[in-house]
Ligand binder design. Structure first.
Ligand SMILES: [Zn+2]
Ligand SMILES: [Zn+2]
Ligand SMILES: [Zn+2]
Length: 209
């Protein structure tokens, strides 16, 4: 533990230390400060000294209200992400352009990686042998594909399949087999097995699933 230094009366950027505050679990002491805007706040000594905390939060608030300023009172705004958000919110045309560019980039990346996947799995449906790029889809053999795409994003999911060298827990199916597999409890009906779900569907009862 470092030597205790009394910071009372000292000013760090917008904050002036008034008195010692109650300690937190952190080894560095807490200090009651008054901000030049008039707000009172409690700040840890090390963040006062390092400049990590420079105001009660009013610097970032002013920055947000100020459009594209990168500096307030000669202090740089630490939150680059906030600056970017603000920058693009203030420039709807730039924002739209950036969004368009992102969409184009993602689309072309998806195109490339889905071709790699089709090639990697033999360019045909592993169930019925159907060929043709537009018929083929990546399938998670043991299910969970939708959740996977939802939590990681389709592009990241495809890239992972490629980088793992096309493992056999994935396969390429035609849309027909893929959909029928989903409705038949994980087995394409081409396999000659009708799951309970399919029996319900065929008998016209779709409730309770
Ligand atoms: Zn303030
Ligand atoms: Zn098929
Ligand atoms: Zn099939």
């Amino acid at each position: 533990m470092g030597k205790f230094i009394d910071l009372t009366g000292q000013t760090f950027n917008r904050l002036t230390v008034v008195s010692r505050a109650e300690n937190s679990r952190h080894p560095s002491a807490n200090w009651n400060c008054v901000c030049s805007c008039g707000n009172a706040t409690v700040v840890r000594g090390d963040s006062l000294k390092s400049g990590g905390t420079r105001s009660c939060g009013c610097i970032n608030k002013e920055f947000c209200a100020s459009g594209n300023a990168r500096r307030i009172d000669g202090l740089s705004v630490s939150d680059k992400a906030a600056w970017k958000r603000r920058h693009y919110d203030m420039n709807p045309e730039k924002k739209a352009k950036k969004n368009r560019q992102t969409v184009i980039l993602i689309r072309s990346a998806l195109k490339t990686v889905s071709k790699q996947i089709r090639d990697g799995y033999g360019n045909r449906c592993s169930c019925c042998g159907q060929t043709g790029d537009l018929f083929l889809q990546l399938d998670h053999v043991f299910g969970g594909g939708r959740q996977d795409a939802k939590s990681h994003g389709t592009l990241a999911m495809y890239r992972r399949v490629v980088s793992e060298g096309f493992p056999n827990r994935y396969q390429v199916l035609c849309a027909n087999c893929n959909h029928a597999k989903l409705r038949n409890r994980g087995v394409c009906p081409h396999a000659g097995f009708l799951g309970w779900h399919a029996e319900d569907l065929l008998s016209g009862c779709t409730a309770g699933t």
